[in-house]
Design a protein around this ligand. Structure first.
Ligand SMILES: C[S@@+](CC[C@H](N)C(=O)[O-])C[C@H]1O[C@@H](n2cnc3c(N)ncnc32)[C@H](O)[C@@H]1O
Length: 345
């Protein structure tokens, strides 16, 4: 009896100690996370008293965010930038246009997959930071989430009737989520994932393809838009059935070489399609300028739809008109889903 009582007291003490240790661990990780978030959101220091107050408020704010997040277990929470993005979304309905930071691990799951896709977010040489390849952008996640809208079965059927596999090229693939998702779920598609010939970027993209065990159906080819596409085209007979790109329109100066690449890589066939998904954060006037260039290059838009990233029932037809009626926060909630075909094929 006495021994049982002692055992039970001993058990309670152990549980208490464990709880205390867990609480201390949580406080410690909360403070650490707050420090990380605070330092990553603002790196310079300042001695002005009002800015110091602001800094303290920001630290408190980060502390609240960290407290909110340390109770979570999701693997994608490992990256402080994702933690911050997730918390801003929860507290302020602030939709992030890009997730994850270079070098961090990003996991993606879907009812279409039996296992998760695990990606390392690429890094680039410092000289190539302007490529914006060091995140996983919302548009590529949107494509992976809405794979059925690429109508791959219909495209595969057409290619099969010509006794050949469907060929698909992703331009500016970054970490490679859409390419890897397609290669994992559609056995009859030969995928080429390409991005700018930056050594670090291409090696991470290649590792992501290997790690997710799709190397037999997805090859990686370094390619600078506007350059000779011979290597890209080597596994196709005269061009790709589908060319796909996520968030590649943000820079007006790159539109000419991007459109040139589309012209040189899309199969000259009435069935060939270009699918481009661009976050509205790109800017309506920038997107509109791209659309004009596509028209000049003899592409016709088969579909231009604005789609809400959170509510699928909210689709609306693309229009440049709304540019002055919406703020940045509103633009973050939308992507533009564009489908093009050859005008005279
Ligand atoms: C905003 S990121 C989008 C990355 C990826 N599609 C995603 O959604 O996560 C733009 C991508 O375009 C690529 N890119 C930019 N300029 C390029 C060029 N001249 N040639 C090839 N790729 C380029 C970048 O390296 C980067 O991967």
């Amino acid at each position: 009896m006495m021994a049982g009582c002692l055992n039970s007291r001993f058990g309670q003490t152990i549980t208490l100690a464990q709880n205390l240790a867990q609480t201390l661990k949580q406080i410690q990780s909360t403070i650490l996370l707050a420090i990380v978030l605070d330092s990553s959101s603002h790196r310079s220091s300042c001695s002005h008293p009002s800015l110091a107050r602001l800094s303290f408020c920001r630290f408190l704010f980060c502390g609240v965010i960290a407290l909110h997040c340390t109770g979570r277990t999701s693997a994608s929470m490992a990256d402080p930038e994702d933690v911050l993005a997730d918390s801003l979304e929860t507290f302020y309905d602030y939709v992030p246009v890009a997730l994850s930071s270079s070098g961090s691990t990003f996991t993606y799951s879907s009812p279409l997959l039996s296992d998760m896709i695990t990606l390392t977010t690429p890094d680039t040489q410092a000289a190539n930071w302007s490529l914006h390849a060091t995140s996983i952008w919302r548009s590529s996640i949107y494509i992976a989430d809405h794979l059925a809208d690429l109508e791959l079965d219909r495209h595969i059927g057409r290619a099969r009737s010509q006794d050949r596999p469907l060929t698909l090229l992703e331009l500016g693939a970054g970490a490679g989520l859409p390419s890897i998702m397609i290669a994992k779920t559609c056995k009859d598609v030969l995928v080429t994932a390409s991005d700018y010939p930056d050594e670090r970027l291409i090696s991470t993209l290649s590792e992501n393809v290997k790690r997710n065990e799709v190397s037999d159906r997805c090859r990686v080819v370094p390619y600078n838009w506007g350059s000779d596409p011979t290597q890209l085209l080597s596994q196709t007979s005269g061009g790709f059935d589908i060319v796909l790109a996520a968030d590649t329109l943000w820079n007006l100066d790159l539109h000419a070489i991007f459109v040139d690449t589309l012209q040189r890589t899309l199969r000259p066939s009435p069935d060939a399609r270009v699918y481009i998904v661009a976050g509205l954060h790109t800017g309506r006037y920038v997107i509109n300028s791209f659309l004009r260039r596509m028209r000049d290059a003899k592409f016709v838009a088969e579909s231009l739809v604005e789609r809400s990233v959170s509510e699928s029932s909210n689709d609306r037809t693309w229009s440049v008109e709304h540019a002055d009626e919406e703020d940045e926060q509103e633009r973050r909630r939308w992507v533009v889903w564009m489908i093009f075909k050859w005008a005279d094929c």
